[in-house]
Each structure stands twice: as structure tokens, then as C-alpha cells.
Ligand binder design. Structure first.
Ligand SMILES: Cc1cc2nc3c(=O)[nH]c(=O)nc-3n(C[C@H](O)[C@H](O)[C@H](O)COP(=O)(O)OP(=O)(O)OC[C@H]3O[C@@H](n4cnc5c(N)ncnc54)[C@H](O)[C@@H]3O)c2cc1C
Length: 471
């Protein structure tokens, strides 16, 4: 049983921490992007140092008070929302936002957990390097939240997800002890890898306070092209062709369906569309190359070969950096267009890459069973990860289909399971998918997860209710 932060516990925290660590609980801390969860009363703390985090967690452990780590608040599964908890501590990392160091010769940067991703990217650019993690929420999402959720984004194809970009972690464990794992090593085989345990734990095993991050040389040139494809099967063949021609230079390969373009036209007409008539399917190919003077000939070469092979029917290659950014702007506006339309049910799923076309076809058959619902299926084809979102029929509102939401979700997740896929490719479990993890998770994995949680957090104070039920 957890206890709320009582006036006595609050006094003990005031005695231990500087006054600046206490912040008013503004409404934004109680909301999340999809509006599905609403936080309850909490004590908002914004510590400035790792020691302050440790002091607060130690007190929370002593009094069995819940601690919910809070980053940029952009998580999409409710992991950061302290809903239905006896007044917990909401631990915002916003003041732990310093760059601790850059080591260009090592291709390493050390950042505190509250540093916003866009600032980390800039710090890497300042030393002529690149931090490749990139996603539409990068102006708000923080390093701690991104590692907590093991975020993916658009460059996973080439550089991996947040986990692959982290070399070491500093964190406060549920008993208030500090894990000093901030090494800048690429090789360190000294027992259990606690870094990888904390990454993706969504704050349920501790509070990440800083991370050493892997940087990369910046490609000399970057390019992008929209290519229309007949089908997802053709898109996969195009991906193979692009990788044969440019190898690792292919950094992103995003599938976009006409529904996404229709939603953009209806809700964000200011976003420029590349084709006069929206194609059924198109892909956005992103490349970063060194050793060539410009990216356009490479993409034009791909376009010509794919045209010849009958894989694409039309295409447009960005001719300058402004156009490249405009292409990405279109892709990244799709989630906002979706939000404005309002989904009945959204699914962040992955299946083996070669099974994606089959999944898309079967998914449409399953959804047809629910009437004339619309599907906007788009995302990171190169990673086998789709945002498979189901919308009400045209002219209707999602609220009218509240009763169907559970059945739609279940049908899609059952299909994902049949395909040996994952019901959470990149957003995590949070509070939203606890039941899905129980339903589809491997029993041995679940038992091991529960044992780890019990060993590290016997009182269940770290992000209670996230990832594991009743923990
Ligand atoms: C427009 C938009 C686009 C997005 N696109 C993508 C995408 O392409 N790919 C993708 O993977 N995600 C995407 N997301 C989801 C979201 O941005 C990521 O999940 C991100 O990692 C959340 O970071 P945050 O700092 O906002 O964390 P929060 O939302 O604050 O927290 C997320 C989780 O991490 C925990 N946490 C936060 N800070 C810490 C810490 N210091 N230590 C331990 N745990 C912590 C929280 O308790 C919570 O469980 C998108 C979100 C939006 C709104």
C-alpha cells in the first residue's frame, strides 16, 4: 500500500531540498498529448542535482510514497501521468538540463536527463557531429524521457533507437542510491547491464539523471525524395533497391498512405503536398551521404532505376535544404492531422519487415468488419513499425465510437500477435498497454520482469501502475 505525501512528509522534503525544487502543479503536468489520461493531485518537485533527486527518492522510499518521473510530457501511453495514485511526487527533470560535456574525438556527449532533445542535437552540431535521434516531439521531449521510453523516430533504420545511442547512465534507484554508470565506453563487459534495464523501463525502476550519448560524424550531404509506389510490396522492393545503391546512406524510409494526405488537406491545408493528385501510397526516402558532392543525383538515380523496374510511378526529389525540410515537415505533420481528425483507436505496432504488406492487407479486412472506418496506416517501414490508426467514417466523430474502441484495438493487437509482432513498437507500455503486455507478453519474460521489479523496488514506489499492474 502506498501513502500520499502528507504535510509531515512535505515538511521533511522542504527540510532536505532547496526551495527552488518546489514548483506549483501547473495544469500541463496533468495532461498528455492524446487527452486520455488526467493526472491527480501530486507534489511537483524539480530538483537541480542528482543528489537532490536521491534525497527525495530516499524520503519517498522511507514513507512508501509513489514517485512518477516526468520529462517533456510528450509520452503517448500515459506513463508520465500520475493518475489514481495517493498524492505522489511528480519528479520533473526540467531543471536538470545541463550539458555535462562533449567529447568529439570519442563521438560522445554527456547530457543531464532534463536536456531537451533539440538542444542535444544542437550541442552535437556545435562540435561538428550529429546526434541522430529525431522525432516530431524533439522540441519538448527530454533525454530522460526518451531513454525511459526507448524512443525510436525516423532514423532508427540507420542509427538504431534510443537504446543504441546510449553508452552509459547515471540514475537514482528506488532505494535512493545513485548508480554511477556514466561511462563513455563502447566496451564494458562487467556483469549485468543495468543501463539496458533502465532504458525502456519507463521510470518503473529508477530516475535517469544523466546519460552519455553516442554521436556520429555528420554526413556531408542530406537528401530526401517522395516516390509514389503501387503497394507496400513495391515499397519494400524499393527499400532493398535503395539500400543496394546507397547502403547505410539510407537513413529513413517512411511509408505514407493517401488517407494521411487527405487528413492533411482537410485539417492543415497550408502543408504543401508533393503531388497534384494524392497517390494511394508513397514513401519518403531520407539519405545522408559522404564522399559525394550532392544528394540529388543519387536519389534521381534511384528514381530512374525504380521507374524502369516498375516499382514507382512518380517522384519528386528535394532540390535544396529548404525543400528537404519541407518534405519532412509534411511527414511530421501527419500525427497532428490525425489528432485533429480524432482516432477511434491508435496502434503503434511492429511486425517482421517482410510481413508488413500482408499485415496491412489483413488489417484492412479486420477493420472492414467494423463498418466504414478509415485507416491511416503510416510510419517507419524500414523498421517494420507502423502507426496503424483507425478513424471514424467521414463526417462522424470518434466520440460516437467509444463503445467500439476496445474491440478495434483488440482485433488489431490480436492480428499483430498472429504475425509475431509487437503491440508497442516505440511508445512503450505506460499505463495504456499494461493489459496488452499481460495478454500478449511471454509468461517467462513477465515473471522475470516482476522479479526484477520486486528486487529493485520492493515497496513499488517507482512509477506505480506503469508497465506492470499493481507494482
Ligand atoms: C508529436 C509527437 C510525435 C512523437 N513521435 C514519436 C516517434 O516518432 N517515436 C517515438 O518513439 N515516440 C514518439 N513520440 C512519443 C514521445 O515523444 C516519446 O515517448 C518520448 O520518449 C517521451 O519523452 P518525454 O521527455 O516527453 O517523456 P515523458 O512523456 O515525460 O515520459 C515518458 C516516460 O518516461 C518516464 N520518464 C521521464 N523522464 C524520466 C527520467 N528522467 N528517468 C526515468 N524515466 C523517465 C516517464 O515516467 C514516462 O513513463 C511522439 C510524441 C508526440 C507528441
Amino acid at each position: 500500500m502506498l501513502n500520499p505525501v502528507t504535510p509531515e512528509i512535505e515538511s521533511a522534503l522542504h527540510a532536505a531540498l532547496p526551495e527552488q525544487a518546489f514548483r506549483p502543479l501547473a495544469p500541463r503536468y496533468l495532461e498528455e498529448p492524446r487527452g486520455r489520461y488526467k493526472g491527480g493531485d501530486a507534489l511537483l518537485l524539480a530538483p537541480r542535482t542528482t543528489e537532490e533527486v536521491a534525497l527525495a527518492v530516499r524520503l519517498a522510499a522511507a514513507h512508501r510514497v509513489g514517485v512518477v518521473p516526468y520529462g517533456g510530457g510528450t509520452g503517448l501511453v500515459g506513463g508520465q501521468v500520475a493518475e489514481d495514485l495517493p498524492r505522489p511526487i511528480l519528479m520533473s527533470m526540467e531543471r536538470m538540463n545541463r550539458l555535462r560535456g562533449t567529447y568529439p574525438a570519442e563521438n560522445v556527449l554527456v547530457a543531464e536527463a532534463g536536456m531537451v532533445l533539440a538542444h542535444v542535437q544542437q550541442a552535437a552540431r556545435d562540435v561538428e557531429r550529429m546526434f541522430p535521434l529525431s522525432l516530431a516531439s524533439e522540441g519538448s521531449a527530454q533525454i530522460g524521457g526518451l531513454l525511459g521510453a526507448n524512443a525510436g523516430g525516423v532514423n532508427v533504420l540507420r542509427y538504431g533507437n534510443a537504446r543504441e545511442l546510449c553508452l552509459g547512465l547515471e540514475a537514482v534507484l528506488p532505494d535512493g542510491s545513485i548508480l554511477h554508470g556514466l561511462k563513455r565506453l563502447r566496451k564494458d563487459n562487467t556483469g549485468y547491464d543495468l543501463r539496458n534495464l533502465l532504458i525502456g523501463a519507463e521510470g518503473s525502476l529508477g530516475v535517469i539523471t544523466a546519460a552519455s550519448l553516442r554521436l556520429y560524424p555528420r554526413p556531408a550531404v542530406k537528401g530526401a525524395a517522395f516516390l509514389t509506389v503501387e503497394s507496400p510490396v513495391a515499397a519494400l522492393k524499393l527499400l532493398s533497391m535503395a539500400q543496394r545503391r546507397m547502403g547505410e546512406g539510407v537513413s529513413a524510409f517512411e511509408l505514407i498512405h493517401r488517407m494521411g494526405l487527405d487528413f492533411l488537406r482537410d485539417t492543415m491545408p497550408e502543408v504543401r503536398q508533393p503531388f497534384a493528385t494524392a497517390p494511394e501510397w508513397m514513401v519518403l526516402v531520407g539519405i545522408g551521404l559522404s564522399g559525394v558532392p550532392s544528394p540529388e543525383p543519387e536519389l534521381e538515380g534511384l528514381f530512374a532505376e525504380a521507374l524502369e523496374a516498375g516499382l514507382v510511378s512518380d517522384g519528386v526529389v528535394a532540390q535544396n535544404e529548404a525543400q528537404r525540410l519541407a518534405f519532412w515537415h509534411l511527414r511530421e505533420a501527419i500525427p497532428e492531422a490525425n489528432r485533429r481528425i480524432g482516432a477511434v483507436s491508435s496502434h503503434d505496432i511492429s511486425v517482421p519487415i517482410s510481413a508488413m504488406p500482408d499485415f496491412i492487407e489483413k488489417g484492412a479486412e479486420v477493420i472492414a468488419g467494423f463498418g466504414a472506418m478509415r485507416i491511416n496506416c503510416f510510419g517507419h517501414l524500414g523498421d517494420g513499425n507502423l502507426h496503424y490508426n483507425v478513424f471514424p467514417p467521414a463526417g462522424r466523430r470518434a466520440a460516437e465510437f467509444e463503445a467500439e474502441r476496445g474491440a478495434v484495438k483488440r482485433a488489431i493487437h490480436d492480428l499483430v500477435h498472429e504475425f509475431d509482432g509487437s503491440v508497442s513498437a516505440e511508445h512503450g507500455i505506460g499505463r495504456l498497454k499494461v493489459g496488452d503486455l499481460e495478454r500478449y507478453g511471454d509468461p517467462a519474460k513477465l515473471a522475470a520482469m516482476r522479479a526484477i521489479k520486486a528486487a529493485l523496488d520492493p515497496a513499488g514506489i517507482m512509477n506505480p501502475g506503469a508497465v506492470l499492474r499493481g507494482a
